[in-house]
Design a protein around this ligand. Structure first.
Ligand code: SAM
Length: 270
């Protein structure tokens, strides 16, 4: 608000002199206009910023849509889930990345979120969410909260999301962020997600956002009959595949390789 200081005229003559008075009045009036103008412009900038973000999100969703169309055969789902795309059109991804990479928040690639971790590229977030096939009654477990972005997308679609993050600093930041942005149906905690979250099990769907060497048995146990799990499996240096795990109503488990992917590893001591 530099304009606010403009009317502080240093007295050029100690006694009141008419020209100084006139100058003071003119500058004061101009400053008032400057304040009004800045306020209007400030509002204008905020509105412009919002619509730029909305425009960037729309572009991001268009990119996702063409990516998902290209991989529909591999997904073997009816294809685009418009609910997922609608949610991705509204969740402010730029709020979930560090300020240094905020300008690239809607780009078609993963971004660093600190502590050597990343937020997945938007189309992968969309594909994993579509594969989970959740609805507004679902209770979902996420392993690997990271920035909280995937949890926010899910929170907008389901009844409740439980998310676990192994790096305490990331868990704290994500919890504060999700609260600040109003995702009241997302509960997070720091811990090793390999063991799931027994207290809230069983889950309709489980999503793991770090690559595991195998499907963790505790997660399989915590998946409801009829439930789905999406998990990247493989080592950090070899090919990883996004796997879709299905537990039928008799408790029988089937798995399917969906896509080759590259995720950070699922860590922890076992
Ligand atoms: N879903 C996140 C998002 O939307 O920002 C991105 C997740 S990032 C690709 C993977 C995350 O999994 C990292 O934050 C990492 O610390 C976490 N992670 C790795 N091993 C874990 C484990 N055993 N339990 C819980 N989180 C783990």
């Amino acid at each position: 608000m530099g304009g606010l200081h403009g009317h502080e005229v240093t007295p050029l003559c100690p006694r009141a002199c008419p020209w100084a008075l006139t100058l003071g009045v003119v500058m004061f009036t101009h400053s008032l206009w400057a304040v009004v103008l800045l306020t209007l412009l400030g509002g204008g900038w905020a509105t412009a910023g919002d619509s730029i973000d909305a425009g960037l999100r729309q572009r991001m969703v268009d990119d996702i849509a063409s990516d998902v169309q290209r991989t529909t055969a591999r997904l073997s789902t009816p294809g685009l889930d418009t609910r997922v795309l609608q949610v991705m059109r509204t969740v402010p991804r730029h709020e979930f990345v560090p300020s240094q990479v905020q300008a690239e928040a809607y780009a078609h690639r993963p971004l660093p979120i600190g502590y050597g971790q990343t937020i997945a590229q938007p189309s992968l977030v969309a594909v994993m969410t579509i594969l989970l096939d959740v609805d507004h009654d679902s209770r979902v477990l996420e392993v690997g909260t990271g920035s909280g972005y995937q949890a926010a997308i899910l929170a907008a679609l389901v009844q409740h999301v439980y998310s676990i993050e192994i790096i305490p600093e990331l868990a704290d930041t994500a919890r504060e962020r999700l609260q600040r942005l109003g995702y009241t149906n997302a509960t997070t905690r720091a811990g090793d997600g390999y063991y799931g979250w027994e207290e809230h099990a069983p889950f309709d769907a489980i999503i793991v956002t770090a690559a595991a060497s195998h499907i963790p048995p505790p997660l399989l146990r915590q998946l409801k009959p009829g439930g789905r799990m999406v998990i990247p499996v493989g080592s950090a240096f070899l090919t990883q595949y996004l796997m879709l795990v299905h537990k039928d109503h008799a408790g029988q488990v089937t798995t399917r390789q969906v896509l080759p992917v590259a995720f950070v590893p699922l860590t922890g001591t076992r």
